[in-house]
Each structure stands twice: as structure tokens, then as C-alpha cells.
Design a protein around this ligand. Sequence first.
Ligand SMILES: Nc1ncnc2c1ncn2[C@@H]1O[C@H](COP(=O)(O)OP(=O)(O)OP(=O)(O)O)[C@@H](O)[C@H]1O
Ligand SMILES: [Mg+2]
Length: 356
Amino acid sequence: MTSAPAIRLTGVTKSFGDAVAVNPLDLEIGTNEFFSILGPSGCGKTTLMRMIAGFETPTDGVIELDGAPVQDVPVRKRDLNMLFQSYALFPHLTVFDNVAFELRSHRVAKAELHTRVTEALELVRLGHLGDRKPSELSGGQRQRVALARAVVGRPAVVLLDEPLGALDLQLRKEMQIELKRMQREVGITFIYVTHDQEEALTMSDRIAVMSAGSVLQVGTPRDIYEHPASRFVAGFIGSCNVFDAVATVGQAAVPGLGPVPATLIGDIPDGTPIGVAIRPERIRITAGAEPGALAGTITEMVYTGDVWRFGVDLGGAAHVVVAVPAVDLDSTLTALSAGSPAWVSWRAEHARGLAA
Ligand SMILES: Nc1ncnc2c1ncn2[C@@H]1O[C@H](COP(=O)(O)OP(=O)(O)OP(=O)(O)O)[C@@H](O)[C@H]1O
Ligand SMILES: [Mg+2]
């Protein structure tokens, strides 16, 4: 017998009056999966999470948790917990009691309650601040209390809406590792909303990219990064060059420049406007002419520590950024400056011609 996915959405939509927040959506999230939702502000991420948690009723469609439809199951009967984007702690309770609140309402025995709250506070590195009140904490510490509260009951599913948003980079990285460890050890299905693509790429088993109420692509971090299915996904995840071209006899041709190496994705009729998407790290740049390379002009050079970024105009609408790791940089490249000629090349398999 194959077990049901932790969460299944079938034809789920949500409108607020005339405004559609989520278009018809099918999605399956596996048990113990770390599933992230990425997308620009207002694309429907929170609305989607709130429907799964039960705070919003879908306008249409079916949501199942562990194989059972939940439209008639109230929030508190669903085996899940949600950490809201704008969460609130009880101001009159200590940190410990804030985290213990839900366990108390479920009448968990005192000794077990103590163990679990302590564990949850250790997890978020607040074991020493259990006696403080929320008003005596920093914003990042408050956020970690909310995080401890979301996982302390060990629900099957935890929905986290931007849970690390208020933390500084160092703590954010530490919490990413801790969260991932906890998710593996405790076996919780995580649905995770973040604006931070790097966070999504490093933490997730799979990622859904949303735009304007629709899920555009679902896949592993590697799928999404290396095989974006649309211009939007290519441009949204990581830095990616996307320039305009036209499908011409199965190739990508840039007006004013001519054919460039690319693989057209899907069945794209001749004459269709396309975007050619290529990652900066997939482009080779040289100061001298090379057979098959495209000639261009350097527009800028930016030093970012571990890589150098070269902006190169290729003519027509084609402008690319090329990333060169410091270790590959030679004196012919460092001698370049804005206005210098340079040659770039890439393999057709690394450049995706995308019609959508
Ligand atoms: N209760 C509501 N009434 C009317 N419109 C709403 C309501 N809640 C959300 N919306 C609208 O639905 C759309 C999706 O909102 P949602 O909060 O899901 O976006 P989001 O992806 O979470 O954005 P952000 O990244 O800014 O948190 C937005 O256009 C928003 O204005
Ligand atoms: Mg939101």
C-alpha cells in the first residue's frame, strides 16, 4: 500500500470578492518533505498556507491532509501548526509559558511538558531566557520564541511563513541548519515560505515557484535552478541572464546579432519571441578571439570577493553578465576594462530558449 501524501490540493482556488488570490492549483507534498514556496510579494503564498491550515476556506477545490479531506475539520483539529508572518506572543506570559501554552491546553503531563518546552527552547537557542517576558526580548529572539511554539507540539505538518525574516545573517544561517536538522530528526513535514532564494535552494527537498496566484514550477532545487521552465522562473531564481531572441529554424536568433547557441524548450514555432536564459557561471570569457565565440564589448567589471562579474554587450539586445571565479582569473582578464573587446561562449545545452 502506498501511503497518502501529507498534503494534497486538487483544484484549489481562492478569491476575495472579484480578486483572485490563488488560481486553480494542484499540489502534492510528501510526508516529511521540506517544501518551500517562493514568489514575489502578493503572489498568494500566505493565502495558500492559510487555506492548508484552515484559516481560510478555499473558494473551490479539495484539500486533503494525510489522505482525508479537511473542509469540515476546524483549525485546531488539524494535525498541524502555522507560524504566521505577523505572529503575536502573549505579552503577560514568560517565554517558557508562551511555548508551553498549547501543551497545557492539551493537558500534557508536567514532566513531559517541561522536557519538550526545554528542548524546543534549546533548539532556538533560548534555553537561558525562559523566564523573560516578550517585551524583554529583541525582535529576533521573539521570532525564535514563535518558532519554538510552532514545533513544540510535534505536529505532523508545520507551516512556516517567513520564519527567519527578523534574524541577522549569521543567526539565520545557524537557524537554517537547526531547522533542517530538526525536520530530519523529528520527521515533520515543513511548508516553508521565504523571500530568500538561497535559503530555499539550500534547505528544500522541493520548491514551488509562484507568480500572480499560480504555481509556475515545482521541482528539486537543482531542477528549478538548472532547468527553469519559464522566463519568470529563470529570472526569479538566482541570477540569470535572460535576453530577447526569436525562434528561427529550431535555433535562437537575436535580432541585430544572429544565431546564438541555445536549446529551445518545448515545441516552439518559428518566429516566436523567446527569452534565452543562461547562468553567468556557464559563460566562458576570454580577452582574445576564440573559434565559435561571440565578440562583445565589456561594459563593466565588478569584484565581489569570490567571483568577478563582467558585463558584456554582444550587440542587438544581447547583454550578458559573466561570472568568473577568482581562481580562474588570469592577467589577460584582469587587464580588461570597460570598453575593451572580449569574447564569450557557452554550450547550447546550458542556454534555454523559453517561449513563456
Ligand atoms: N483577506 C483578504 N481580503 C482581500 N484580499 C486579500 C486578503 N488576503 C490577501 N488578499 C490579496 O490576495 C493576494 C495574495 O496575498 P498573500 O497574502 O497570499 O500574498 P503573499 O504571497 O503572502 O505576499 P507577501 O510575500 O507580501 O507576504 C494579494 O493581492 C492580497 O492583497
Ligand atoms: Mg505573505
